[in-house]
Design a protein around this ligand. Structure first.
Ligand code: FES
Length: 162
C-alpha cells in the first residue's frame, strides 16, 4: 500500500540529493518524487533542474514524455470524521485510533490508498454519532466495521478515477 504525503520541499530535496550521483539520475529522481508525493510537483522541476544542471524545459520535457508521471496530485476521496464533543462521547476517538492502526491513516494528513480523512467539528447529526461525511452524505452510528466499509468504498471510488 503506497502512502503519499503532501508536497514538502525539504523532503523533495532529500530525495533528489540522494539520487543525483546515479547514472541517468533524472528518471530515478522523478520516480522517487512521484512515489512519495503521488505526482511530480511543478515546484520540484526547478530543484531537479538545478541539481542535475539541466534546463527546466528538459525536466518538463521528460515528465511530459513519460505518461507514467503525473503532474497533479492523485484524485482521492475525503472522509470528514466528526471529532466534536457529542461524537467524541460516542467513540469518535476510538475510530481515529482504528484508522491509524488498521489503515495507517494520519488524520488531516495526506492520502492513504486514495482516501484522506479530515477532522470535522460537528456535522449536525450529534444524536446519531459518531458521524462522518463523504460526498455530501452523512454516515452515522459508525463503528470500526462500518467505518472500514466506508473507507473501502471511498478507496474503490478513488481507484476508479485513477
Ligand atoms: S458532534 Fe458530531 S455531529 Fe455534532
Amino acid at each position: 500500500m503506497t502512502v503519499h504525503v503532501a508536497w514538502d520541499e525539504s523532503l523533495a530535496r532529500e530525495l533528489i540529493d540522494e539520487r543525483t550521483g546515479l547514472e541517468g539520475a533524472m528518471l530515478p529522481i522523478l520516480h522517487a518524487l512521484q512515489e512519495r508525493f503521488g505526482y511530480v510537483d511543478s515546484r520540484a522541476v526547478a530543484i531537479v533542474a538545478q541539481a542535475l544542471n539541466v534546463s527546466r524545459a528538459e525536466v518538463f520535457g521528460t515528465i511530459s514524455f513519460y505518461h507514467d508521471f503525473k503532474r497533479q496530485p492523485p484524485m482521492g476521496g475525503t472522509i470528514k470524521l466528526c471529532r466534536a464533543e457529542a461524537c467524541q462521547a460516542r467513540g469518535a476517538e476510538d475510530l481515529v485510533e482504528h484508522l491509524e492502526h488498521e489503515h495507517g491513516v494520519e488524520i488531516d494528513g495526506g492520502y492513504q490508498n486514495g482516501v484522506k480523512v479530515e477532522t470535522a467539528y460537528c456535522l449536525g447529526n450529534c444524536a446519531l454519532g459518531p458521524n462522518a461525511l463523504h460526498d455530501g452524505e452523512i454516515y452515522g452510528k459508525l463503528d470500526p466495521q462500518s467505518l472500514d466499509e466506508l473507507f473501502a468504498l471511498v478507496a474503490r471510488k478513488a481507484g476508479a478515477r485513477q
